[in-house]
Design a protein around this ligand. Structure first.
Ligand SMILES: [Zn+2]
Ligand SMILES: [Zn+2]
Length: 232
């Protein structure tokens, strides 16, 4: 029944057969060889901070990561938040193309370590009803299938819709956000290795605040992953 419904939806709204990055026609929805090569070149040329995954650092860690919290091991990112790669994330997040989740997750999957549970960064319910979907949860569902790791959407919840706070230091921003998230069903993460997921890492504040909340609730270790990280 589920399959029939899927086929019917596919008939009404067929998934475009393109490369989602350069929009070239393809036999199916897939990232073309040129774009994969471009991504590999970017990864090699720019290098990444070994802690937050920000692009533009060929050795060691970036200036922001000299101080790094003990509750988050590191952040892994598949692509720079720049040019065509930035556009495809904006398509996924703001231009209502939730069907990009699976193909974008395929870029991240080979980079990720094993974990017990995937936890997506939650949206505030108001933001969720505006957008219609949580892009991090869609990504999490796709990765959950690809990596056979269960995803839990009901553990980390967002209780406050927070404004941007660009003028504060990273530590001050984490303190400022600390009550924006709560953990439910703590028993499900006690002693577990968590993979925390978001779409983009810019300042790192959101990921770190979520990691801190999960750590305080008893998680054994936390690694985060984002589709993209900034390019400096
Ligand atoms: Zn392409
Ligand atoms: Zn860094």
């Amino acid at each position: 029944m589920k399959n029939l419904w899927k086929q019917f939806l596919e008939f009404l709204l067929p998934t475009p057969r393109i490369c989602p990055i350069c929009h070239k026609q393809q036999s199916q929805l897939m990232i073309c060889e040129n774009c994969l090569r471009l991504l590999e070149t970017k990864r090699q040329n720019h290098g990444q901070c070994q802690r937050c995954g920000t692009f533009g650092y060929c050795a060691g860690v970036c200036d922001n990561c000299r101080v790094w919290p003990n509750y988050l091991q590191r952040n892994i990112s598949a692509m720079p938040y720049d040019g065509l790669f930035r556009e495809v994330i904006l398509d996924f997040k703001h231009r209502h193309r939730p069907w990009l989740a699976n193909i974008l997750a395929e870029l991240l999957a080979p980079l990720l370590p094993q974990a017990d549970i995937i936890i997506p960064v939650p949206l505030h319910p108001i933001r969720l009803s505006e957008r219609g979907y949580n892009q991090s949860a869609l990504l999490g569902a796709a990765l959950s299938k690809q990596l056979s790791i269960p995803m839990h959407e009901d553990i980390l919840l967002r209780t406050r819709n927070t404004p941007h706070q660009t003028n504060l230091s990273r530590t001050a921003r984490i303190d400022n956000l600390h009550d924006a998230f709560i953990v439910r069903h703590q028993e499900n993460i006690k002693g577990k290795q968590l993979l925390l997921l978001d779409d983009v890492l810019t300042t790192g504040t959101t990921i770190m605040t979520c990691a801190k909340t999960l750590h305080q609730a008893g998680a054994a270790s936390i690694i985060s992953a984002t589709l993209a990280s900034g390019l400096r």
